[in-house]
Design a protein around this ligand. Structure first.
Ligand code: 13P
Ligand code: SF4
Length: 340
């Protein structure tokens, strides 16, 4: 395939879901496609792999070698033989990559790409909760710092939280830090006593059932697919509750449905539209990109990815003692299969 055909193909893919990209975030597809070609050349020269989360900007997703949810990205980071991992996601994801594959150089293109949910728990606050519940096994969502993981018995992601909790020999669980995911898991596993920490993701927690109902009234046949970081009233009316990659798979379980309301960060629609071009995907808040927007996931653009490769920035490292303990919690999690 000629270089120009490749650029045209990339540009078409970037433009595929243009209508669902908030105006401020739209790029010129041909220019972005040429930037991606340059990034690929730079990555090849450094034997680097580009990993991107499903919430990254559409053009960053198109630049990546692999796009997925937190669990998929962690598995990919663990098995890569590349010398350098350029992580297009948020800080805790890059940290997990470094923990799982310690020999690799992990670069996060923008150090501002944090996670408000991960910041809602500190090692000190987890120690206080552990002191209050000394008999409880600590299950910590991957959206957390390496220090918090190091104090936990096992990690989970939104793709395997129920299976992780079920897999534990104890019936007493302290689930941290996301209260919406924790409460949802508690409903799926009523036989266990699950104490839930009080953290939340502001991007998801801001959405209300009333907004989703309003959008549904305009699309009465739509299937509602929600991320478990959404509040209880959303999860109660959702037809499917799953991780970001699980949401993509869920569309395939509704072959007759034409329209889907998506209760998660707007950029997932790029993956959905690429895989199911004949379906309609509507942000569940009926307000494109206004509410379901993660500023941290949008802190990385193609210019920053290019800079990461050229200037070798910003390396993510983890204290070796924390890394060893956090690795144990992550590896335990990875031995558990996805919820479905
Ligand atoms: P997933 O693991 O489902 O991709 O979710 C990560 C995340 O940060 C959701 O807000
Ligand atoms: Fe963190 Fe929420 Fe952004 Fe996910 S959407 S990275 S949980 S702030």
């Amino acid at each position: 395939m000629s270089a120009e055909t490749l650029v045209d193909e990339l540009a078409t893919r970037i433009a595929a879901d243009r209508d669902s990209v908030p105006a401020h975030w739209r790029v010129e597809p041909q220019a972005a496609a040429r930037a991606i070609r340059e990034i690929h050349d730079l990555a090849r020269a450094r034997n680097a792999i580009l990993l991107a989360h499903n919430y990254q900007l559409p053009e960053v997703q198109e630049a990546a070698d692999f796009v997925g949810d937190s669990l998929g990205l962690a598995l990919e980071a663990r098995k890569t033989t590349a010398d350098v991992i350029v992580f297009c996601g948020v800080h805790f994801m890059a940290e997990s990559a470094s923990i799982l594959n310690p020999g690799k150089r992990v670069l996060l293109p923008n150090l501002s790409a944090g996670c408000a949910l991960a910041d809602s728990i500190t090692p000190e606050s987890l120690l206080q909760w552990k002191a209050r519940y000394p008999d409880h096994a600590v299950v910590t969502y991957i959206n957390s710092s390496a220090e918090v993981k190091a104090l936990s018995d096992i990690c989970c992601t939104s793709a395997n939280a129920v299976s992780v909790v079920r897999s534990l020999p104890t019936d007493k669980i302290l689930f941290t830090p996301d209260r919406n995911l924790g409460n949802w898991v508690a409903k799926q596993v009523p036989e266990k006593e699950i104490v839930v920490y009080d953290g939340a993701c502001p991007t998801h927690d801001v959405l209300r059932g009333a907004s989703v109902e309003k959008t549904r009234a305009e699309h009465p046949d739509a299937v509602i697919i929600a991320h478990p970081e959404c509040r209880e009233d959303i999860l109660a009316i959702a037809d499917e509750v799953c991780s970001t990659s699980g949401m993509i798979a869920a569309v395939g379980r509704h072959p007759e449905a034409r329209t889907f309301l998506i209760a998660t960060e707007w950029a997932l629609i790029h993956q959905l539209k690429t895989r199911y071009p004949d379906r309609t995907f509507i942000p569940a808040d009926g307000c494109i990109g206004c509410r379901l927007h993660c500023p941290y996931m949008k802190a990385i653009d193609l210019g920053m990815v290019r800079r990461a490769l050229v200037e070798d920035v910003f390396e993510i490292t983890v204290d070796p003692e924390d890394a060893a303990l956090a690795r144990r919690a992550l590896e335990r999690m990875m031995a558990v299969p996805r919820d479905r």
